[in-house]
Design a protein around this ligand. Structure first.
Ligand code: C5P
Length: 221
């Protein structure tokens, strides 16, 4: 049955955007809504998979029948994804993970000082979770999928990123007004490590989710 082609599989999806705190009231964040990751989770569940959705700050309802693990920061997202990936057949990293976090966290709210210039915010690198899980492969044959939002030289940058991260598939989005961040629609090219290139026309994020699982299912069988 093609519609239950992920039955018996465990898949992990990360969604949303991490928030890296500066103090108890402020954070560095991004514009990811979580909609694409949630669409991926719903689609996989409908196709029969057991789904773990690691959700970073997404203000969206829990999809029915999906195990949702809420996280805040990149470090927390890494912990949750690595734990769930241990017995997963596929991992799809749709979350927008902050590349950097503030070096220090102020336990009390940072105050402005009269007549003083603002203090610069020192940043440190976050772990690259996608590169880590793709490099280590908790299971032989595990399929690892990344996402990339690009504004220019979309395909060339996508190919380079696919190679750098070591994943099997990379969904490359062009960031635009009505697409990607916060939108209901998306348009993408899915690049395969085998050289394949699958165009997904402008449409609902559910349609892109289904193409991603088609390509994952092909690689699992
Ligand atoms: O390098 P870039 O942030 O463009 O890569 C995007 C892809 O890598 C996404 O799949 C994202 O979830 C993942 N990523 C990650 N850990 C990071 C940064 C990005 O897993 N620290």
């Amino acid at each position: 049955d093609l519609t239950r082609d992920l039955a018996g599989r465990h898949v992990v999806v990360s969604a949303g955007g991490t928030r890296e705190p500066l103090d108890p009231v402020r954070f560095l964040g991004n514009r990811s809504s979580g909609k694409q990751g949630y669409a991926l989770a719903r689609s996989a569940a409908a196709r029969g998979a057991r789904v773990t959705l690691v959700a970073a700050n997404a203000a969206l309802p829990d999809p029915a029948g999906v195990d949702v693990v809420p996280v805040g920061t990149a470090v927390q997202l890494r912990e949750a994804v690595l734990k769930a990936a241990a017995d997963a057949d596929a991992v799809v990293m749709a979350a927008a993970v902050a590349d950097f976090r503030p070096e220090t966290y102020a336990a009390g709210k940072i105050k402005k000082q009269d007549g003083q210039e603002p203090a610069p915010i020192a940043l440190v690198r976050n772990p690259d979770i996608l590169a880590e899980i793709a490099g280590e492969r908790a299971r032989p044959g595990q399929v690892i999928v990344g996402f990339a939002a690009e504004t220019d030289d979309v395909l060339a940058n996508g190919r380079a990123k696919l190679a750098r991260k070591g994943c099997d598939l990379l969904v490359v989005n062009e960031v635009g007004e009505r697409k990607t961040f916060g939108a209901e629609e998306n348009e993408a090219v899915v690049l395969g490590a085998d050289g394949s290139e699958t165009g997904v026309p402008y449409g609902p994020k559910e349609a892109l989710a289904d193409v991603v699982w088609d390509l994952v299912a092909e690689r699992l069988s």
